[in-house]
Each structure stands twice: as C-alpha cells, then as structure tokens.
Design a protein around this ligand. Structure first.
Ligand code: DGY
Length: 426
C-alpha cells in the first residue's frame, strides 16, 4: 500500500515527465513523445491544467506529415538510451519521427477536453484551439481510411506490432512467422538494460520488429507501397474499435463546428466500419479477434482488446452476450481485470508484455464502453480494480492480473493520467 496523497503523486509524475510541451511515458525506458500515450496523458493534465492538456496534443500534431500521417514516436531530442532511434527509422523528416502510427485516441481525448472546457465556462477561450486541431485530426483519420484500410473493409490494418500499441500480443505470432529476419544484422537492444527481460519481447520478436522497420525504410516510408507490400498486414481488433469510436467523436466535433461536409465524410467511415467490422468476430471462441489480412486467418486469441466493442459503440445482442460471458469467466479467474490475454490460454504469462498484464489505459476504454452501454456492474469492477492496482502498487506501466505486481516502467505517465481522469469522473 502506498501512502500519501495519490492525486498529488500522480500530478508529480506528469510534471516530472513533462519535457516542455510534451510528456515522456517514462524518462528511462521511453524518453520521447509517444502518440497514444500523449492522448491519454492529456486527460490527466485536464484535471489540473487545462492549457497544458491541449498543448500535449498540439505538440504531437506539430509532427504530422503532409499526407496526414501522425507518427507513433516524435524524437524531439535524441537520447542514446533508446533503440531503435531516429537513425534506424530514417524517415528524413523535421522533427525526426518514426514511420508507423499508433491507435488513434486523440480525437476522443480532444472531444473530452472540449466538453470539459465547455462545462467550465471556458469554451470561448478554447474554441480557436479546437478549430485549429480539427482539420489535423480529420487529415489523420483520412490517412487511416486510405492507407490502413486499402480494401475499404471498415477495419484498421496494422503494418507493425508496435503500431497496435500491444507490441507482443500473441495475436501477432502467426502473422509474424513469414517475416524474413535473415537480413536484420546485429543490434543492441536498450529496453532489456532498463527492464527485466522476462517482461519484454523475445529476440525473435525484436528481429521481426526491426525487419519491418527496415522494410518501411527501404520504401522511403511510402505509405501506399507499405499498404500494398508490407510483409505484416493484420486487421487489428484494438485499432479498429478505437478508430470507430474516434470517428464517432470526430463526427460530433464536426457537428459542433458546423462542418457538415466533414461530418458526412466521417459518418461514411463509421458506416463502413459498422458494416465491415463483423469480419473480426470469431464465432468459434465467441470473441472479437484480430485477423491476418494475408492469410485471412483469425487469431482466435481472447485479449483485452476483445472487450472494446462497447467503447466502439457496437451493439449486437448475440455477440454482446458472448463477450460478456467471456468477461465474467475471465473476471472469475483473476484478482484484477482485464488481463491482456485470457488466463485460460496456455501462453498466458502474468508479467510478460501483452501476454497477461493489465494496462490501465485499456481498462479505461473497456470501462468507459461498458458504462456507456449501461452495464454499471462490470464497468464498476473494471474501474475499481484499476484504481486499486495503483493504490496498492503505485503507477506502473502495467500490472499482474493475478497478484497486482507492477510490470515494466514505474512512475508511468499514462497510468498516473488514468488515475487522475478516472478518480475525477472523466
Ligand atoms: C518500444 O520501444 O518498446 C515501444 O513499445 C515501441 O513503440
């Protein structure tokens, strides 16, 4: 049990990880700006410093490319403690960035920030910032519709496990097998010098990550070519649900800004997703799963992302019943929901990244979705477990669902942000 004022502890983490306009997820392990981390961090700042919350996302969009792409890392300053750094990515942009994106949470966060500014009577002061961000968010979502769903199926096709944010989920094992790692060469990882290697991806997984970076670089980060030729193309259930939700939020912002053309374009993407996302439903396991575009095979893994359909605003009586049955079964097996992999799976590992641990940000999305669906009981369990993990163990990157042990980096920005957001009813 940690003592003292947790709100103040969480705020101190955000202040300590603030590098001036952007927040590092954790100073040692992740010393740059990460895309979806910043979107969650903004929700935390919004509980005590509204201006700083908006700045977090504005800074991220300062790194947007001309085609709308928003990178997963922005290397505002170099740091030799991280690999693969700017030279390995070789994107040749200013600021220097990575060449892949990350789950599109920003539009949902901006809608929250806007609602909170309005509720505080500060709409006038923030309206011009919303006006400036809206076309950038729209351009990013248009980029997704073009380059991450080239067959227009209504899903998001990830081209790198890091793009999904769920780096070494077992969902990427089979789709990763054909990736040729023979040309990767020697390299020195930095993550395992900061953290126990038992928590981190294996050498084979890392080789695949780098082979994909090298492929992207060999195309000059040509998004059309990557969409057509990348050796890893998986319709990620997590990103597909998150984008569907984000498009609903972006459409609401378009209405707010009285921009009917944008609203119609965005609602077209929503309609396409509502029609096509059923492709990710796996009837055998009764769950939402990712699907390999290259083989057509469903992963068959039940992960924390399988429970994001409520957050996405999807409703289907039969699928909802099956999803909630899986929720209850898993909830009965762990002390803290929602493990990143079904504990009944033989590959479940309670501290290895995305093969067991609980992430506060995923729980925040699952809990928000369940509450919106009207399922107060399950939403309450998700929220209570998440806050209890932080109360007992502090603000870790992730936690064991079995005994609550912290996993990965400590003093983690997005975890502290979720404490602030959720304990303030955001
Ligand atoms: C890492 O370096 O482990 C990150 O997750 C990549 O985004």
């Amino acid at each position: 049990m940690i003592s003292g004022d947790l709100d103040e502890a969480a705020r101190s983490i955000l202040r300590a990880n603030d590098r001036g306009g952007y927040t590092v997820p954790n100073g040692r392990v992740y010393p740059f700006q990460w895309n979806w981390d910043s979107a969650f961090v903004a929700l935390g700042f919004d509980t005590f410093d509204r201006d700083r919350a908006w700045t977090e996302i504005e800074t991220l969009f300062n790194a947007q490319w001309d085609d709308g792409f928003l990178p997963h890392i922005v290397f505002w300053k170099d740091d030799p403690g991280y690999f693969p750094g700017p030279v390995v990515w070789g994107t040749d942009k200013q600021p220097v960035t990575s060449g892949i994106t990350q789950p599109p949470v920003a539009a949902t966060s901006i809608r929250k920030l806007w609602e909170s500014a309005k509720a505080a009577g500060e709409a006038e002061a923030y309206r011009h910032r919303l006006d400036a961000l809206f076309p950038k968010l729209l351009a990013w979502h248009r980029w997704f519709a073009t380059y991450r769903d080239p067959d227009q199926r209504g899903v998001v096709v990830a081209t790198h496990p890091w793009e999904t944010g769920r780096d070494n989920s077992p969902e990427w094992d089979a789709p990763g097998e054909p990736i040729d790692v023979s040309g990767v060469g020697d390299y020195v990882r930095r993550d395992t010098s900061h953290l126990d290697s038992k928590m981190r991806p294996t050498k084979l997984e890392y080789d695949r990550y780098l082979a994909l970076v090298q492929f992207g670089r060999s195309t000059g980060w040509d998004h059309a070519r990557i969409a057509a030729e990348n050796p890893f193309r998986v319709a990620d259930v997590g990103m597909s649900m998150i984008l569907l939700r984000a498009n609903r939020d972006l459409a609401a912002l378009a209405d707010e800004l009285r921009n009917p053309d944008a609203a119609a374009e965005i609602r077209g993407w929503v309609a396409r997703a509502e029609q096509g996302i059923g492709w990710l439903w796996n009837d055998e396991v009764g769950a939402w799963c990712s699907r390999d575009l290259l083989t057509g095979r469903s992963s068959g893994f039940i992960t924390s992302a399988s429970f994001l359909s409520f957050y996405a605003g999807l409703h289907d009586a039969e699928r909802d019943v099956a999803t909630l049955a899986n929720f209850d079964r898993i909830a009965g097996m762990v002390e803290f929901v929602m493990p990143s992999l079904d504990p009944a799976d033989p590959g479940f590992q309670m501290i290895r990244y995305w093969r067991g641990p609980v992430w506060a940000v995923v729980n925040y999305m699952i809990g928000t979705g369940l509450a919106e669906f009207g399922d107060e009981g399950r939403a309450g369990r998700v929220r209570a477990d998440t806050l209890e993990l932080m109360r007992r163990n502090g603000f870790y990157e992730a936690y064991s669902p079995i005994d609550g042990t912290g996993s990965g980096g400590d003093d983690f920005s997005w975890t502290a942000a979720i404490w602030l957001a959720w304990s303030k009813g955001h």
